[in-house]
Design a protein around this ligand. Sequence first.
Ligand SMILES: C[S@@+](CC[C@H](N)C(=O)[O-])C[C@H]1O[C@@H](n2cnc3c(N)ncnc32)[C@H](O)[C@@H]1O
Length: 327
Amino acid sequence: MPPLARVTIHASQFPQNVRRDLLESLRTRQVNHKFHYDSVKQTGQWLALHQAFSPSRTDPDCAAAYDRSFAAAASRLRSRRVHVIGLGCGGGQKDTRLLKMLQAADRTAFYTPSDVSTAMVLVAQQAAGAVIPWEHCSPLVCDLGSMDDLPAALGALPVDNATRVITFFGMIPNFEPQVIMPKLAALLRPMDLLLFSANLAPGADYATGVQSILPLYDNALTREWLMTFLLDLGVASGDGDLSFCVEDDPAGNGLKRVAAYFCFLRSRAIHVDDDCLEFRPGERIRLFFSYRHTPELVRAMLGRHGIEVHGQWLAASGQEGVFLAGR
Ligand SMILES: C[S@@+](CC[C@H](N)C(=O)[O-])C[C@H]1O[C@@H](n2cnc3c(N)ncnc32)[C@H](O)[C@@H]1O
C-alpha cells in the first residue's frame, strides 16, 4: 500500500460542524448515527460486529444475492469506464466485490469510497486497492445527512467520462427516509445506476419479522460498540441501562425499527469543551435505530421519489435484499 492517501473532506465533517452536531445529539437526546463510526476504535468495533452478524458476511446465500445484483448492473453498463461511488462505504467489502466483477468484465473501474468516517474510507480504499489501481480511488469524507451539495462534491472528483454506479448498502436502516431519500433522488442522473440494499423483516408478518431479528442487535458486540460513544464522553457504564426495543417510526409512515436507548439511573454531566449537558435519573438518550423494510415497502419508497426498480435479489433468509434501480 502506498504511504500516502489523498482524501477529500467536505465541510460537513470539519471540526466546528462535527462539534455542533455532537451538541445537537446530546441536547435532543437523539444520537446522530455518525458518532458511532467516528474513531479508529469505533470503526474497528463496527467492522468486528459486521463480520459477526451481517448476513452479507455470514450467509453465503445473501452474499450471492449481492453478486447477482452486481452482474445485473454490469450487464446494463454500456460504457467502458465506470465510476463506483460507495455512499456510506463502511469497510468497502461489497463495493470491492462489485469492482472486481467490473474489472473481470473488461471495464476500467474508478472508486469513490465515501463515508462520514475517515478511518472507514481508508479501510475501503485499502480493500479496493487489491482490485483496482490505487490512483483510481478518490475517497470522500462527508456527512450525507447534513450536506446539501453532494452532487457538486461528487462532480468535483477527478473522474471524467464514466458511467456512475452509486451504491447505498445498509444505509437506509440508519436514516429517517424523509431526510435521506430526497437527497439520494436529487443525486441520481438519468444514466446512473443505483444499487441499494435494505435490511428486511423476514416472514409473512411484518411485526413478527421485526421482532425476530432483535438478537442481531441485542448482543454483546453491538452493546460495546454503541456504549463507546457514551464512555468516550465520560459516562460510566454503571450510570444507566442500555436496552433495545422495536418501535413504530414516529413519522407515522408505517415503518418499524429496532431502537437502542440508554436510560440514566444516576445524574451525569457531560462536558464538551465549554458546554455542559446534564442528564438526570430516569432520562434516556436514543443511541441508535435501524429500520426494517419489506421488498414492497422499499419499492414503494423508491417509487415515491421517482426511482424505478429494475430488479431485486433477496436472501433466502428474508433478512436482506438488494435492489438495482435508476431514474
Ligand atoms: C451500516 S454501515 C454500512 C456500511 C457498508 N455500506 C456495508 O453495507 O457494509 C453504515 C455506514 O454509514 C456511515 N455513515 C453513518 N452516518 C453517516 C452519514 N451521516 N454520512 C455518511 N456516512 C455515514 C458509517 O460510517 C458506516 O460506514
